[in-house]
Design a binder for this molecule. Structure first.
Ligand code: PHE
Length: 348
């Protein structure tokens, strides 16, 4: 008994003195002390040598020793998995102050373009529109020809459109109308979609123009869809987005893919009728283009124009975001200056 107790005391010292090290050393430790042929097991098997009246005392010492050996093992293992606190315990250091405040995780904010896109899409979703997406690299037919743009239309010019060098038939889409063409070709009617996405135009970068920007376009095709439906839908849309007091007006316009075509203005939100430099003293600001889908476009996409009619509209997200947040330089959206981006708190 004496000898055994002395040996246990030595082992204890040995365990306390061990500096926790790598995984291989930990395994050696486990085999030596806790393995099936290890020291703890061996000591327990000595139990039968001890006289009956000393068994209780010896058992207590042995259990305490076993506990020490196991705690060392657990702490060492945690230290290896990178837990500072347990590492400190394993090393026998003073310990770790659990009351220290945690490291704050910096939270990002959504990009203003994403916020406004989500808001626009959610308004149309409530009206029963679903979201459709399509490729940014597109062929000439889906971006231009199907939409009734003649061969020599100036929008097709290299000055306006980015073409891919390897395949001149391929280009970066200049609007998300390519998605509308693709949806029409599927020929599942009625169609009621909005198409958000990035578009590209060969423009010199300035405060008012960029070589890429974002659009949401919409398309509704069914039997007996009229211009009145278009007006009412867009009126509801701007009231949801900008508030009940906003007024709208339509001006006749021209797009090859709609007939009749119009541009829609809203009453200037900044000066409320007084005239300012955002509305250029007119008290109106243009926000989108729209019209009734041209019968030729329906035909090109395999839809019978005698049975179906539809309306389409398209707006630039940057423009609407600038109006909503009074931002005066388009370049801010793509410079990724955190001081700019931080100011937008997500509600969408
Ligand atoms: N596709 C047009 C553009 O990019 C916008 C538009 C869409 C106009 C639908 C009318 C109807 O400028």
């Amino acid at each position: 008994m004496e000898k055994l107790l002395e040996q246990i005391a030595q082992y204890k010292e040995e365990i306390v003195a061990i500096e926790p090290n790598g995984a291989a050393e930990l395994e050696d430790y486990r085999i030596k002390f806790l393995g099936t042929k290890g020291i703890v097991k061996a000591l327990f098997s000595q139990m039968k040598q001890v006289s009956n009246d000393q068994k209780k005392e010896f058992g207590a010492v042995l259990n305490e020793f076993k506990q020490l050996a196991e705690e060392k093992y657990e702490a060492w293992k945690s230290a290896l998995s990178g837990d500072e606190a347990l590492a400190a315990t394993a090393k026998g250091e003073a310990g770790f102050d659990w009351t220290l405040p945690g490291d704050p995780l910096p939270l990002g904010s959504r990009h203003p373009i994403s916020l406004v896109r989500n808001e626009i899409v959610s308004i149309f979703r409530r009206l029963g529109f679903s979201v459709a997406e399509g490729p940014e690299i597109e062929d000439d037919w889906h971006n231009f020809t199907a939409l009734n743009l003649p061969e020599n239309h100036p929008a097709r010019d290299m000055q306006d459109t980015f073409y891919l060098n390897q395949t001149p038939d391929w280009l970066l889409r200049t609007h998300t109308s390519n998605v509308q063409v693709r949806e029409m070709q599927k020929n599942k009617l009625p169609i009621r979609i909005v198409c958000p996405g990035r578009v590209y135009r060969n423009e010199t970068i300035s405060a008012r123009a960029h070589c890429f920007f974002h659009q949401v376009e919409g398309l509704y095709i069914d039997e007996q869809v009229s211009f009145a439906d278009l007006k009412q839908t867009l009126y509801f849309f701007v009231q949801e987005l900008f508030g009940r007091d906003v007024k709208i007006r339509f001006r006749p316009s021209y797009f090859p893919f709609t007939e009749p075509s119009a541009e829609m203005d809203i009453s200037c939100l900044l000066c409320e009728g007084k005239g300012c430099n955002v509305c250029k003293q007119t008290t109106w600001v243009e926000i989108l283009g729209c019209g009734m889908v041209h019968p030729k476009v329906l035909e090109n996409c395999g839809i019978d124009p005698n049975k179906y009619t539809g309306y389409a509209f398209g707006m630039g997200i940057e423009r609407i975001t600038m109006l909503k947040y009074q931002i005066n330089d388009l370049r801010l959206f793509s410079e990724n200056d955190v001081r700019f981006l931080q100011q937008f708190k997500a509600s969408f």
